[in-house]
Design a protein around this ligand. Structure first.
Ligand SMILES: CC(C)(COP(=O)(O)OP(=O)(O)OC[C@H]1O[C@@H](n2cnc3c(N)ncnc32)[C@H](O)[C@@H]1OP(=O)(O)O)[C@@H](O)C(=O)NCCC(=O)NCCS
Length: 163
């Protein structure tokens, strides 16, 4: 299995993977409003390939907290149904978070299943003072500080990068 940076030719297979993993209605979710019209962060988008076959993918978007504090929005991340529980999701998340740290990012947000993401250090407590621009199950709203104190004093609405 190879983990490499996402290339334009992977986009079709990624969309198909995400449709299976989350269903085509995924684009109606609140987090997608934060991605509308904004490019993902290319340096943090990775795919897992076995030969030429796409088996997993992860992407990140830039967002702002309270209009000025930059943060990362992790997701979507998905692994092919027949390749789950082999550690691929963890490899994609850990690899990309390590790269995010190298690039100097401090705060990471996501909306997802806490029982899965807590193993990477994500916690709801860090984002208690933040809100999202639409309905979410608040217990699924999680944060990770890549730098100590990244969320200290942060508050307000999470917004789309560039307004
Ligand atoms: C979430 C996902 C990316 C994990 O990928 P993966 O390669 O299977 O993950 P890993 O191999 O690193 O970890 C697997 C472990 O996480 C657990 N796990 C997977 N999804 C989980 C979830 N949503 N909640 C809690 N635990 C979960 C598995 O049961 C497994 O546990 P085990 O090690 O005790 O067997 C993959 O399951 C996926 O694409 N799911 C579809 C999308 C989805 O449901 N996302 C929900 C999270 S937002």
């Amino acid at each position: 299995m190879r983990i490499i940076g996402e290339q334009p030719e992977h986009s079709g297979a990624i969309e198909a993977l995400l449709d299976v993993a989350f269903g085509p209605g995924r684009v109606n979710k609140t987090v997608y409003r934060l991605r509308d019209g904004v490019a993902p962060i290319a340096e943090l988008c990775f795919v897992a390939l076995e030969g030429d076959l796409l088996q997993g993918a992860i992407r990140y978007w830039p967002v702002t907290i309270g209009s000025s504090v930059p943060a990362l929005l992790l997701g979507p991340v998905a692994v092919a149904e027949d390749r789950r529980s082999e550690g691929l999701g963890a490899v994609l998340i850990e690899h990309s978070l390590a790269r995010a740290m190298e690039l100097g990012h401090h705060a990471v947000l996501l909306v997802g299943d806490a029982p899965y993401y807590c193993r990477f250090g994500f916690r709801h407590e860090l984002v208690r003072t933040l809100s999202l621009p639409g309905p979410v199950d608040i217990n699924r709203f999680l944060g990770l500080d890549l730098a100590p104190g990244a969320f200290e004093g942060a508050g307000g609405l999470v917004g789309r990068w560039g307004g």
